[in-house]
Design a protein around this ligand. Structure first.
Ligand code: SF4
Ligand code: SF4
Length: 310
């Protein structure tokens, strides 16, 4: 099937921009590059995915977008800015910026569904929106679609805009003209490798989730974490932004205009005392529409207690 014309492509990109997406690019829905598959497999073999057992599953699906949607021709990669409009006060327990506002799964899903409907209407083709939870290599497709490159901190970096972005994809049977893949790299910079408080990053761009605070604080629900975590956690209870804060590409990050991502009062006022007093029911109500809900009540309390241990 020939590519749909550039007018259709421009209309999709204009619609995405009008919905608040800061970047939108198209990649041909071919199987994932063999080198990339081998790199990922090696990461799993080494056990560097840590407690994220799900990362080892769905190998086939993860490597071929046609298995997510039969007849897929294009992967559309999209990015939403979440850089905060204001920041937590120093007495608050630290929450990574991505979890300041409304749960991005909800926001991304709503926007992708709306854009997917628009694409179906103008192309008469099928679409499948994918948020974080679908087995798709988000950063790989974003790079293939030309919207940015994967940094040593393992984040997708959008040139001129930085890395505080949520990614989402729409796989479609519409054959859209592909964008040029982004070929930029981090070059000689290694600021994130040096800034990581746990030594989780390597100069080769690999992350060991057994040492990454983001993984340990969010994904690991064990009653206790290794003792050394208490020495470096430094008031963090949800994730860690250190390897993004130090990145020169984020030096001029601009605050999001998406109201859903505005910081909630619950995050601004998340002191140690507040966490200690919060009941399970309150946790559920307070964070019902927050990515923090994925942490579970007991994990948030465990994380807050870690800061006593150093
Ligand atoms: S999120 Fe924090 S702990 Fe994890 S790699 Fe980045 S700086 Fe290191
Ligand atoms: S800090 Fe430097 S090495 Fe790390 S992601 Fe940013 S540009 Fe790349």
């Amino acid at each position: 099937m020939p590519s749909l014309n550039s007018d259709i492509a421009a209309r999709i990109k204009a619609q995405a921009a009008s919905m608040g997406f800061e970047a939108c690019g198209f990649a041909a829905a071919a199987p994932v590059d063999e080198q990339e598959v081998a790199r990922y497999d090696r990461w799993i073999e080494l056990g560097h995915h840590g407690c994220m057992a799900w990362a080892a599953g769905h190998k086939e699906l993860r490597s071929n977008p046609s298995l997510l949607l039969e007849g897929a021709k294009t992967v559309i990669s999209l990015a939403l800015n979440y850089y905060p409009t204001r920041f937590q006060p120093p007495e608050a327990m630290r929450v990574a910026f991505y979890a300041y506002g409304r749960d991005y799964h909800e926001v991304m899903r709503e926007k992708l569904t709306q854009l997917a409907t628009f694409i179906q209407d103008i192309t008469h083709c099928e679409t499948r929106p994918c948020v974080d939870s679908a087995p798709i290599r988000e950063r790989y497709w974003a790079q293939q679609a030309g919207i940015g490159f994967i940094g040593r901190n393992n984040c997708l970096i959008i040139p001129g805009k930085g890395s505080y972005f949520f990614l989402g994809e729409i796989v479609t049977t519409a054959q859209l003209p592909p964008d040029e893949p982004c070929t930029l790299t981090c070059g000689d910079c290694g600021k994130c490798v040096d800034a990581c408080p746990t030594g989780a990053l390597t100069q080769e761009g690999a992350v060991d989730c057994n040492r990454c605070l983001s993984c340990l604080l969010i994904e690991n629900h064990a009653e206790e974490l290794p003792e050394w975590v208490g020495d470096v956690v430094n008031q963090r209870v949800v994730g860690c932004d250190e390897c993004q804060l130090c990145c020169p590409h984020n030096a001029h990050a601009v605050a999001t205009t998406i109201e859903d991502f505005a910081p909630t009062d619950a995050v601004m006022e998340l002191t140690k005392e507040r966490i200690a007093q919060m009941t399970g029911g309150e946790f559920k109500r307070t964070f019902a529409h927050s990515a923090i809900s994925r942490l579970r009540h007991k994990t948030l309390r465990r994380n807050a207690d870690l800061s006593d241990k150093h």
